[in-house]
Design a protein around this ligand. Structure first.
Ligand SMILES: Cc1cc2nc3c(=O)[nH]c(=O)nc-3n(C[C@H](O)[C@H](O)[C@H](O)COP(=O)(O)OP(=O)(O)OC[C@H]3O[C@@H](n4cnc5c(N)ncnc54)[C@H](O)[C@@H]3O)c2cc1C
Length: 288
């Protein structure tokens, strides 16, 4: 799908995260073992390290934090925390930077963790830059993967809406449900960003090309135009924060989705470095 119109990001006031009590994370020190270019804008990095023998991963579509050395700091250190997690998240000018990623593949026997990094070029931040510059032997610290999404075997079909940052999650969700009927709408810059995904015979995949438009706009339009199968399906959405809200609003207001059938999440947000990873967009529900 193409559209030549370039427009500003979708404007939405997004409230701060509600206060939540969380268990402190466990940390795993890893180094880069291999690097592969999946596409011109997607780098697969395989990490290794003895800590990965016990790497916890809840399942498909889960996420973790990667800790990168702050600017001017040589090496990222495992944060020191008190017995109840005091000291997390670390603060101060030398505190490691934290960004959210998806365990694309985990092999505890081989002590390997694979992450697919979307590279954002001049628009990106430290994680995108780190992945662009990464070389064998570079060291980082990661937390364990949690917050999985499994396609319900009771759903007649599932709509999946994503962009390149959600491709690792989408791939793991599809691998976990190899016979499920899935309607996929995935926004990328152009055909060079498309990757192979494991599709069941009953699934359909539409790559939505930005065609120069601001990220998120083309996929919002694609959802509006999509013809969905009969019956009450579920939906999983992982895209930019304001676009995620626009899709959530559409699915509830125009497509009759009930909230319990929706799993929507901001994978990033325009002009919001290190955006929180728990933004599910439920604040828009009150406006529908
Ligand atoms: C649950 C979850 C799982 C994720 N899994 C992955 C994954 O496996 N692989 C992956 O590549 N990403 C993944 N992401 C997205 C990733 O966390 C963000 O893109 C993050 O902002 C990248 O960090 P950064 O340091 O490069 O940029 P930041 O410092 O966070 O942001 C700097 C600027 O970059 C811009 N920016 C950030 N992301 C994008 C983008 N996608 N397109 C254009 N501009 C952008 C923003 O405008 C921001 O102001 C995931 C996010 C979530 C919430």
């Amino acid at each position: 799908m193409h559209n030549d119109q370039v427009s500003a990001p979708l404007a939405t006031e997004i409230p701060p995260a509600p206060a939540r009590r969380k268990l402190p994370p466990k940390f795993h020190s890893v180094t880069v073992k291999a690097i592969e270019e999946l596409t011109p804008r997607m780098r697969r990095i395989t990490f290794t390290g003895p800590d990965l023998a016990t790497y916890p991963n809840d399942g498909p579509g889960s996420h973790f934090k990667i800790l990168l050395a702050a600017p001017g700091v040589d090496k990222v250190e495992v944060p020191e925390m008190g017995p109840n997690g005091e000291g997390w998240p670390p603060t101060g000018p030398d505190a490691p930077l934290r960004r959210t990623f998806t365990p694309r593949l985990v092999d505890t026997d081989a002590q390997e963790l694979v992450i697919d990094f979307a590279l954002h070029g001049d628009h990106g931040g430290p994680a995108s830059q780190w992945a662009t510059d990464a070389k064998i032997g570079d060291a980082v610290v990661v937390t364990g993967g949690r917050g999985p999404y499994r396609i319900s075997p009771d759903a007649p079909w599932t709509l999946i809406v994503g962009d390149e940052t959600a491709l690792p999650a989408i791939a793991t969700i599809l691998e976990d449900a190899p016979t499920a009927a899935v309607v996929l709408l995935i926004e990328v810059d152009d055909a060079s960003d498309e990757i192979d995904l494991p599709l069941s015979p009953g699934s359909t995949l539409t790559w939505v090309h930005r065609g120069g438009r601001t990220a998120g706009h083309a996929v919002v339009d694609a959802v509006a135009a999509a013809s969905l199968p009969e019956g009450a399906g579920n939906a999983w959405v992982g895209i930019e924060a304001a676009s995620m809200r626009a899709v959530r609003r559409q699915l509830i207001a125009d497509r009759g989705f009930t909230r319990d059938r929706l799993a929507t999440r901001a994978y990033w947000k325009f002009d919001a470095p290190g955006y929180r990873d728990g933004d599910t967009g439920e604040d828009v529900d009150a406006t529908i």
